[in-house]
Design a binder for this molecule. Structure first.
Ligand SMILES: *Cc1c(COP(=O)(O)O)cnc(C)c1O
Length: 393
């Protein structure tokens, strides 16, 4: 690590995310819930699992919710329950976390990458339409950064092809008044600690209105057995951990207030960047028509090859930021054989070069947010007065 340049201002660090601030006020309640599991000895699929599954089904507005070990496994199980197999194609975005493609690949099926829309970073339905072949068995849109895909447009091009939502980043996000997880045939969630509803370890969930699929998912996550020691199908070991379920059951009651906190921060960033006249340069994110984002990330764009410079500028001021995602999946080494080249998905590739996510977590203080806004203003050579910011808060 190089020394901090002497001319950079001394400020308190602004973390990209601080999970402890969210968990701290709930620790007594969480510890009691964990102690209940400890005392019960029901460590695998204990009562907390069913209670959390019921809470998730209600929250998402679906008939069923089936817990599993992670968001990655939720995607894998969703593809398995639909019978996706070698020779099948699944259309997914390339601008997403690796798991979306990894799940398709692990079943021996072919990930087919479609480009995104520049404003929302979400799947472009027109490009999806171009990528559909007779082998297309499913489309797996990702509600990236907390905002839903334009599901009506996607449904129109999908026709009879099954849609699986990768809602790992979008718990509680709504599209035309309905929540993610209830918009496709199956919805997949992750409770990785950085998601809006974070566990204290790994956990995942699949939502659906289809009872048969839900039943089959419950078997698949448990080696396909039903009843015990009878295996009509081959599954995996991907159970929801009871301790994680107890933690999540406690935390889900607060999820909407955290989303409101994130939304407040997003609105304030947008307003302040506009007031400073740098909202265009920063390509500030906006909600698409019919969408209510849960702001899992607040992702700006720094064009002109200056993104890394801006991130460094923030780092010198001890401000956290992150690049989601620096290398599109279609250009990952492990997918070389799929035959994509630089230029195959131009909007995706441009996004990978320009995006930067800024701190947006609900517990971010106004003073901390001011540090981020001030640094952005400075980067563009504009004076920023804290007084104004406080009046505008
Ligand atoms: C986090 C994430 C996953 C994977 O979830 P894990 O619980 O970490 O396995 C899948 N897809 C997307 C889009 C994600 O952000």
């Amino acid at each position: 690590m190089s020394a901090r340049p002497t001319d950079s201002p001394v400020t308190t660090p602004v973390p990209m995310l601080d999970v402890n601030r969210q968990n701290a006020p709930l620790l007594d309640e969480i510890n009691l819930a964990i102690a209940d599991v400890t005392r019960s000895g029901a460590f695998v699929h204990g009562p907390a699992c069913r209670e959390f599954e019921a809470a998730m089904a209600e929250y998402c507005g679906t008939e069923h919710a089936v817990g599993c070990a992670s968001g990655s496994d939720a995607l894998l199980l969703a593809l398995m329950v639909l019978g996706i197999e070698p020779g099948d194609e699944v259309i997914i975005p390339s601008f997403t976390f690796f798991a979306t493609a990894g799940a398709v690949w692990r079943l021996g099926a072919k990930p087919v990458f479609a480009d995104i829309l520049p404003e929302s970073f979400n799947l472009d339905p027109d490009d999806v339409a171009r990528k559909i072949t007779p082998a297309t068995k499913a489309i797996m849109p990702v509600h990236l950064f907390g905002q839903c895909v334009d599901m009506a447009a996607l449904q129109e091009v999908a026709g009879d092809i099954t849609i699986i939502e990768d809602a790992a980043q979008a718990i509680g996000a709504s599209y035309r008044g309905r929540r993610s997880g209830s918009l496709g045939k199956l919805g997949c969630f992750s409770f990785y600690p950085t998601k809006n509803l974070g566990a204290m370890g790994d956990a995942g969930m699949i939502t659906t209105d289809d009872e048969q699929l839900a039943d089959k998912l419950r078997r698949l996550r448990d080696h396909g057995q039903h009843p015990r020691y009878h295996h009509a199908v081959v599954g995996v070991n991907s159970r929801l951990d009871t301790i994680q379920a107890a933690v999540l059951k406690t935390k889900i009651a607060h999820l909407d207030s955290w989303a409101t906190g994130r939304q407040h921060n997003a609105i304030r960033y947008g307003r302040e960047f506009a007031r400073l006249g740098i909202d265009q340069q920063l390509g500030v994110p906006v909600e698409s028509d019919g969408c209510e984002s849960i702001w899992n990330q607040y992702t700006v764009r720094i064009p002109g090859g200056r993104r890394d410079e801006f991130q460094q500028f923030l780092a010198e001021r001890k401000i956290g930021s992150a690049i989601y995602y620096p290398i599109p999946l279609h250009l990952q080494e492990c997918f070389t054989d799929l035959g994509y080249q630089p230029g195959s998905l131009p909007i995706t590739e441009q996004a990978a070069e320009e995006v930067l996510s800024l701190p947006i977590f609900a517990e971010l203080t106004t003073a901390e947010q001011d540090c981020v806004i001030r640094a952005a203003a400075e980067f563009y050579g504009i004076a920023y007065s804290t007084g104004n910011a406080e009046l505008a808060a």
